[in-house]
Design a protein around this ligand. Structure first.
Ligand SMILES: *Cc1c(COP(=O)(O)O)cnc(C)c1O
Length: 384
């Protein structure tokens, strides 16, 4: 079975993890800091704070911004549920922006209209969580202008966008946002098994997130000054244990050095797909010219009126051909949990169309030329 996405582990990754197993620290040791520094340096951010998943990183980001039940958080209708769940963990209200049919990222002109209305109704969002779907950067320049005009904060769920760039700035540099989050789940660009990281250029957010990652606890000798009892640590906020292990960080550290290689391989495969499949009744994702995608996913839109099959049929036909295609994602508001919050079908029409005709075909650096040709050949026979 050809997988739509998969980790690529090499000998040095294995050795890196084994050496941590033989060391003094399995968690809270020196490798975490090395990994954090390597990621911060790679994307050009001042700080990086590693956590045990992107989901917990998103939660930490919302907590650090003191999101609560009085806040409204907006994000794209097409993302993984973890993006908006993070806001719900903090008691906030969420709403979704429909996608642009070309970029598949949130539609910036719709965003502007919705902001105008929200201003008139005095219910502007506190935070917009921008998602770079499949690694294709959203138009951060326009979004950051809107954030100044309408006074909301920008957080990037950059889970897909390790190695992507916009306007010659790496995603993760936080050039146009306060906080940016990467995921290191095995299907993503690089992996730490489970893991995520938050990057920021803001000193106080960095300190706060570090505290919240460890129960809200600080260690600071000065706290002992002038006190009779021994206070070797103290809790200031209600935090969690969201720490990454040393094993994960060791894997991450060797993986970081491969980001550029992995991403250029993903780009090569994607270019080959676009060329070989160009005459078929398919459409591909587009993104701004000043942007580079990590191609975490290769998404095809099926022109169903020409193909005369449903997406569901084609999906199962790929599986019968031992190609594990996938779909990213069901519009978040369509999930039963979100329906209970009051969302209805057709809340975002473009997202609904995407739900009916989009599939992710395999792209990852472990694919062989044979695999790629099989994906191309099967796609031809299924949709032609
Ligand atoms: C994978 C993913 C997450 C969650 O990542 P985990 O590390 O598995 O918690 C969040 N948002 C998006 C867009 C993702 O693709």
């Amino acid at each position: 079975m050809i997988q739509y996405g998969r980790q690529l582990i090499e000998q040095e990754d294995i050795e890196s993890v084994v050496s941590v197993l033989q060391s003094d620290f399995l968690t809270q040791g020196p490798v975490i800091e090395k990994f954090e520094n390597a990621v911060a340096e790679y994307c050009g951010a001042k700080h990086a704070i590693a956590a045990n998943s992107a989901t917990s990183s998103l939660h930490l980001a919302m907590m650090a911004l003191e999101i609560n039940r009085n806040d409204l958080i907006w994000t794209s209708a097409i993302t993984f549920v973890a993006t908006s769940n993070a806001a719900l963990y903090c008691g906030a209200t969420v709403d979704f922006i429909d996608i642009d049919k070309q970029t598949l990222n949130l539609d910036v002109s719709l965003l502007e209209k919705k902001l105008q209305q929200a201003e008139a109704n005095s219910n502007l969002p506190t935070v917009l969580i921008v998602v770079h779907l499949a690694g294709a950067p959203a138009d951060m320049l326009s979004i950051s202008k809107l954030s100044e005009r309408y006074n909301f904060k920008v957080v990037e769920d950059a889970s897909h966008a390790v190695g992507s760039s916009f306007n010659s700035k790496m995603i993760g540099s936080c050039e146009y946002s306060l906080l940016s989050i990467f995921s290191f789940h095995p299907v993503k660009i690089i992996t730490t098994a489970e893991g995520g990281i938050i990057t920021t250029n803001d000193h106080s957010l960095n300190e706060k997130i570090r505290r919240l990652r460890t129960h809200g606890i600080s260690r600071n000798d000065s706290f002992n000054d002038g006190r009779e009892e021994l206070w070797n640590y103290f809790q200031e906020d209600l935090g969690y244990n969201y720490r990454m292990t040393e094993l994960s960080a060791a894997l991450g550290l060797t993986q970081v050095s491969k980001i550029d290689r992995f991403v250029s391989r993903r780009n090569e495969i994607s270019e080959q797909y676009k060329w070989e499949l160009r005459t078929l009744p398919l459409e591909f994702q587009k993104f701004p010219e000043n942007a580079k995608s990590s191609y975490h996913l290769f998404i095809i839109r099926l022109k169903l009126d020409q193909i005369k099959k449903t997406k569901k049929q084609i999906y199962f036909e790929y599986l019968e051909n031992n190609i594990n295609v996938n779909f990213h994602y069901i519009p978040v508001y369509r999930h039963p949990f979100y329906e209970k919050l009051g969302f209805k079908k057709n809340h975002c029409l473009e997202a609904e169309r995407y739900f009916l005709d989009a599939l992710s075909i395999p792209v990852h650096p472990g694919l062989t030329q044979d695999d790629i040709e099989r994906v191309i050949g099967t796609t031809r026979t299924l949709v032609e």
